[in-house]
Structure formats: C-alpha cells, structure tokens
Design a protein around this ligand. Structure first.
Ligand SMILES: Cc1cc2nc3c(=O)[nH]c(=O)nc-3n(C[C@H](O)[C@H](O)[C@H](O)COP(=O)(O)OP(=O)(O)OC[C@H]3O[C@@H](n4cnc5c(N)ncnc54)[C@H](O)[C@@H]3O)c2cc1C
Length: 473
C-alpha cells in the first residue's frame, strides 16, 4: 500500500535524520530545477544522507516501497538527468553531504573520495600532496565527483588524460536493493572478470548510486605554456594539432577551437575580455602544453614559429604570466555567457573522428544557412577530442521564439551530419531526458537491447532515475 506523505516523512527521518529530509516546496525548489531554470519538476522529498550506510538503507526502503529516486550531485548537468519529473512522486537523493576525502596516497598515485566532494575540492586535495587530478570543467566549483563519474565528464584535459572513466580506478556503488558493491580497489592491474565499475560510470544514476571512488593522480606539470593562435580554417587547426603532438606528445593537454564570431561575442559582451592578437582571423585555437622542464616555453615558441613559417598559423600570443593565462582562458570559458546576450542559441554536444571535423563544420553551416538564412553557427570546443559544442545562434533581428521553434529542424541537420560520420550525438554531457528519444533513433539496436537488459537486472522495479537515458519495460 502506498505510504502517505506523513508516513513517508517519518520513515525518511528515521533513516537520515529529520533535518536532512526536506519537504517544504521552498526548501526543495533549488533541487527541482537546474541553474538555467530548465527541466523543472516536483519532488515528494529531498533527502541528504551523510554516509554510504544511510544511502544503502534509503535505497532498500525505496525499493521495497517502489519509490522512485533521482540521484543528484552538484546539479550542473546539462541534459535534465538530475532533476525530478513533473509528477511529484520522486525523491531527490542529494549526495552533497557525502563530501569527505577518505584517503590521499601520493605513493600509489590515488585518492579515495566520497561522491559529494566537489571537483574543485578533489583537485585541491591532489595539489596538497603535489599531485594533479586532471579533470577540469568550467563547473568545477559546484559539480561533484559522483556527478562527474555518473555522467563520465570530459572537459578541457581529455586529450592528455582521458575523461572521468579513464581517471577512475575503483568505485563504491549502492545498488537499487540497497546492497553496497565495494569495488574500491587501487590496482592498476586486476583481471578478475567483468569490469563492473565501467558499467556505472556514465550510467547517469540509472543503474546504481555512486557513493565513493578511487581516483588516479598524476605528477603536477612543472611548466605550462598557454598559447592563443589565429588561423584560417579548422583544417589548419588540425595541422597545428598534428604538429604539436609530434613535438610534445602527451604534453599537449588542451586544444580548444573558437570561430571568429565567438571571439567577437566574448569581447563585445564580457567586460575585461580583449582580442589578444593584432589582426582578425577566421578561427582561433587555445592550446596548452605541459612539461617538466624549464625550457618548455622556448620550445613551444619555436614550435609555433615553425608553424607560422609554414603558413599553418597566422599569428600567436603566448601567455607570459598567470594573469595573461587566465585572460586567455576567459575568452574560452565566458563564451556560453556571452552567447546568451545574442538571443537564442540551439546547442549540440557532438563528437566525430578528428579528420572529419572540417567537412562536418562546412556541411552543417551550409545546410543551416539554407534552412534559416542569417543563422550564426558557433562551432567551438574540445577540437583535440573531436568534440564540438556546435551551437547555432539566431539571426540578428529574428524573433527568439520563432528561432527556438526550429530546435528539432536544426538538430536534425547537426545530428544527421554527425551520425553519417559515425560520430556521437552526446560527446560529454550524457543523455538524461534531453536526448533519450534521439538515442533510440541512432544507437545500435543490439546495444540498446543490452542496455535495457542491464537496467532490468540491476533495477527490476525501475526506481533509479526512471525515464532517463533508457526505458526498460
Ligand atoms: C558552466 C558549465 C560547464 C560545463 N562544462 C562541462 C565540460 O566541459 N565537460 C562535461 O563533461 N560537462 C560539462 N558540464 C556539465 C556538468 O558540469 C557535468 O556533467 C558534471 O559532471 C555534472 O556533475 P554534477 O555533480 O553537477 O552532477 P548532477 O548534475 O547533479 O547530475 C548529473 C547526472 O549524474 C547523476 N548523478 C549525480 N550524482 C550521482 C551519484 N552519486 N550516483 C549516481 N548518479 C549520480 C544524476 O542523476 C544525473 O543524471 C558543464 C556544466 C556547466 C554548468
């Protein structure tokens, strides 16, 4: 029999403690929509457990009573995975109180952190023992390790270090029935059957609740050089990337692409930004090269000089101080905010094989211009990973609502050109609710069948983040 709200509250309070069970609409409001105000919903309660035992007891209770749960970390996800639906029957399980760093072991190059530790706090803990935890996202002050792993986050250093999956050595996961699976091994080698942890990484809260993780640490680079280069085309950017990889190998830690329109937007709308180069160029690259020796700056300068000589790069500015480095990064990081000042933008997070990026950009731009003359494509992002945030901003003067009504038509073009090249419709933000339908249309049907089977096995009553990623009837 269904529990009344009062009965539910009493049970939850007994499990988690009264003060950590929120039921007043005002208290629950920040957990029920994300920061842009998108994907709003309603919850029956928000619960904030303090440890794995409480998460386990909660899941056991919810599984028994068939109460759906939405796991939530920093609530910075962009695909509507972390907020409840409208129905108001779900409990939001916030992991934010589970914010302890259990152990940092520089000799093994690992640290064990709880799911609610923010990415920034994890980076700081690594830095304290002279190590690097390389995951880096613009949302790092708020997003949590649990959310990073549940969405297999990418960011600006994937090129050198890999995404969240590759930075994880072990996991602790609470299953739908409340059992705790301890996979917190710190082993670089462990061939004892299926790699279960990777099933939960990227599962967006639909297969289990991540409560802790063993993260990999790396040596902190002793030197870091940041360069902003102007070029004629994305093909030139790829030639530059190829050249830098040959010169610096895995030392190329960041390689971000920006079109001219993006630089105009951030300089026009964000105070303090300015074009670091003297003349205008059609495309720009923000590159960062890391290394261990003092001569890095000279070698990077020589490498870019060779590229200018060969005509691949038109001009480049090298940051000479931390302030200058931050100023170059701001040009990249403030773009989403600046774009907001230009009216509506229809956004896509896609990946294609590196070599196909230039043609993809050309083909999408041509087709979008035919559909909406004057629409302004702003393809930017992690070119080094073949990952573009292919945003299309509305034509100047067009009614915002009329442009945003074209979301599906423009999306159809971007995704068609992506899938044609065996690309991904979600490079790093995940599926959530935003791309669930699209996933069904583009993913291999056998793979979808296996995904649904896993969901049915691990969550037979469908209590974990229902309606997100995949339905498993
Ligand atoms: C300004 C900005 C920049 C961003 N840049 C990037 C970027 O470069 N690369 C990138 O990949 N993403 C980026 N993101 C998206 C987002 O920050 C990441 O997806 C981040 O990893 C989400 O972490 P979170 O703690 O906020 O998770 P939430 O948003 O709370 O949740 C995300 C998903 O994970 C699930 N989840 C959360 N915690 C757990 C848990 N403990 N166990 C199981 N499931 C859980 C949720 O149910 C949801 O499905 C950006 C977002 C913003 C706002």
């Amino acid at each position: 029999m269904a529990l009344s709200d009062q009965e539910l509250f009493l049970h939850l309070a007994a499990l988690i403690g009264e003060t950590h069970v929120l039921t007043r609409p005002d208290d629950m409001a920040p957990f029920c929509k994300e920061w842009r105000g998108l994907f709003p919903g309603r919850a029956r309660a928000v619960v904030r457990p303090a440890n794995t035992a409480e998460v386990s007891a909660l899941l056991q209770f919810c599984n028994t009573h068939r109460i759906p749960i939405v796991p939530q970390g920093g609530n910075t996800g962009l695909v509507g995975g972390q907020t409840p639906w409208d129905k108001g029957d779900e409990i939001v399980l916030s992991l934010q109180r589970m914010n302890h760093i259990r152990d940092v072991d520089p000799l093994s190059d690992t640290m064990v952190v709880e799911a609610g530790v923010t990415l920034f706090a994890a980076q700081e803990a690594a830095e304290k023992v002279d190590r690097l935890f390389p995951l880096s996202l613009a949302s790092e002050g708020s997003c949590t390790i649990g959310g990073n792993l549940a969405s297999n986050a990418g960011g600006t250093a994937v090129l050198a270090y890999g995404n969240a999956r590759e930075l994880t050595m072990g996991l602790e996961v609470v299953l739908a029935d409340g059992r705790v699976m301890d996979l917190l091994g710190r082993l670089r080698k462990d061939n004892t059957g299926y790699d279960l942890k990777n099933m939960f990484i990227g599962s967006e809260g639909t297969l289990g609740v991540i409560t802790a993780a063993v993260l990999k640490l790396y040596p902190r680079p002793r030197a870091q050089v940041t360069v902003f280069a102007g070029l004629a085309s994305p093909s030139a950017a790829l030639a530059l990337l190829n050249h830098l990889k040959a010169d610096f190998g895995a030392g190329v830690t960041t390689f971000e692409l920006l079109p001219r329109i993006a630089l105009d937007m951030v300089c026009d709308h964000i105070t303090g930004n300015r074009d670091p180069l003297v003349t205008r160029h059609d495309w720009y690259v923000l590159a960062e090269i890391s290394g261990a020796d003092e001569s890095l700056s000279e070698r990077v300068t020589a490498s870019f000089a060779a590229m200018i000589e060969e005509g691949v790069v038109a001009d480049a500015a090298i940051a000479l101080s931390l302030d200058q480095r931050m100023a170059l990064w701001r040009l990249r990081e403030t773009l989403p905010e600046a774009q907001g000042h230009e009216g509506g933008s229809i956004k896509h997070d896609i990946a294609v094989p590196l070599a196909s990026v230039p043609q993809l950009i050309d083909d999408v731009c041509t087709r979008v211009e035919k559909l909406v003359p004057g629409a302004r494509p702003v393809p930017f992002g992690h070119l080094g990973d073949g990952n573009l945030h292919f945003n299309i901003t509305q034509p100047k003067g067009m009614e915002r609502a009329a442009f945003m009504a074209l979301w599906d038509d423009i999306g159809a073009i971007v995704y068609d050109e992506t899938v044609k090249r065996r690309g991904s419709i979600s490079a790093e933000h995940g599926i959530g609710r935003l791309k669930k339908k699209l996933l069904r249309e583009v993913k291999d049907p056998v793979a979808l069948d296996v995904m649904a089977g896993l969901k049915r096995m691990l969550d037979p009553h469908g209590i974990l983040n229902p309606g997100k990623v995949i339905d498993a009837p």
